[in-house]
Ligand binder design. Structure first.
Ligand SMILES: Cc1cc2nc3c(=O)[nH]c(=O)nc-3n(C[C@H](O)[C@H](O)[C@H](O)COP(=O)(O)OP(=O)(O)OC[C@H]3O[C@@H](n4cnc5c(N)ncnc54)[C@H](O)[C@@H]3O)c2cc1C
Length: 320
């Protein structure tokens, strides 16, 4: 088995819940991925699996037929699901993975299904500073680990103590940030484990000071990013990585004249041109075509090849 919905082997028949191991969680057949992703586009997953807890997920992984492709989705805020849908099983960590609790004096343990914004709020209320940057990232902790999500000079790896995960064989593993080999918007274990929880470290500070910082982040985001739109966040990685002095994707896109560029109902945001937005009726194909057009124009004007930060999953629709 592999986590490989990105380039799945073509399969003749859709996987059905009856083809899958018995679980305590829930299977949903033919689930629209537009309902589970921020862009609100995309075909259906053969099956979406909502594990009850880590033991349920472990048993599923141990018993599933190795030929069935398996992939993981968090809050869907960095994912573009293609119109042809995703073959196999999409695992979505929900309620059973949403707990957030204090661990000792300065640590917070969060389930991989917990939203970053809730983790930041809980840390703040507990008087633990350092996780404020998570308050502006609309994903889940699992997505933050997979993407090494970051903002305003901090990344998930900076505050990470360890993660709990399951290998694709269903075996439980604990990994340190060193072992994960986290780097700019990725990590060395990408697609090789499923995160189930993370332990973060903070430093003691007054809750009021932390809240003021989170309020400032919210205000900054509200004026600089289309946060109320159907979007996937930053579309492309900054070619200079986390280096604050390196080239910025948005500047290259702007210089290539792409601000406001449209394909159907998909548009390069006027507010932040590294964001693509769906004005309502865009297809995943429109959004991906727009992104590829931007990449081509940036290559022509700046001789720099932009790398997608957004994860694209599934198959292009037949006839598209
Ligand atoms: C308005 C907006 C603003 C944003 N701002 C930022 C920002 O400032 N900084 C930033 O870094 N990102 C930002 N993003 C992008 C996105 O929020 C982050 O990448 C986030 O970490 C993705 O989390 P998710 O749960 O939504 O992941 P998803 O989009 O669901 O998945 C992303 C990847 O994570 C993997 N994944 C998810 N959960 C798990 C798991 N439990 N185990 C293993 N793999 C898993 C998926 O397989 C996929 O490859 C923004 C997005 C939006 C829409």
């Amino acid at each position: 088995m592999s986590i490989n919905a990105h380039n799945p082997k073509p399969q003749s028949a859709a996987v059905q819940p009856a083809d899958l191991p018995e679980v305590r969680g829930k299977y949903i057949a033919a689930q629209s991925l537009g309902d589970l992703t921020w862009f609100r586009v995309g075909g259906a997953a053969d099956v979406v699996y909502l594990p009850a807890d880590a033991d349920d997920l472990s048993a599923f992984l141990k018993n599933i037929n190795a030929d069935i492709p398996v992939s993981v989705l968090g809050a869907g805020s960095n994912t573009l699901a293609r119109d042809g849908g995703v073959r196999g099983v999409v695992i979505r960590l929900g309620r059973g993975f949403g707990d957030i609790m204090r661990e000792g004096e300065t640590q917070i343990r969060a389930g991989a299904g917990a939203l970053d914004v809730r983790v930041a709020a809980m840390a703040g209320a507990a008087g633990l500073s350092g996780l404020e940057f998570l308050s502006g990232i609309p994903g889940s902790i699992g997505g933050a680990l997979a993407m090494n999500a970051g903002a305003y000079g901090r990344e998930t790896g900076d505050v990470l103590v360890r993660v709990e995960a399951l290998g694709l064989d269903g075996e439980k593993r604990e990994l340190t940030p060193d072992a994960l080999n986290l780097s700019y918007r990725t990590n060395g274990y990408r697609d090789r484990v499923i995160y189930t929880a993370a332990i973060f470290r903070g430093v003691r500070a007054a809750p009021d000071t932390i809240k003021a910082e989170m309020d400032a982040i919210a205000e900054k985001r509200g004026t600089s990013q289309p946060i109320k739109s159907r979007t996937g966040g930053s579309t492309f990685k900054n070619p200079g990585g986390a280096n604050p002095d390196g080239p910025k994707a948005w500047k290259l896109i702007d210089a290539a004249g792409c601000r406001g560029l449209r394909v159907g109902d998909a548009q390069v945001s006027e507010l932040h041109c590294n964001f693509l937005v769906n004005h309502g009726n865009a297809s995943a194909g429109d959004i991906e075509t727009l992104g590829e057009t931007v990449r081509q124009r940036v290559l022509e004007t700046s001789a720099i090849e932009l790398d997608w930060e957004i994860r694209r999953i599934g198959e292009v629709a037949h006839g598209a």
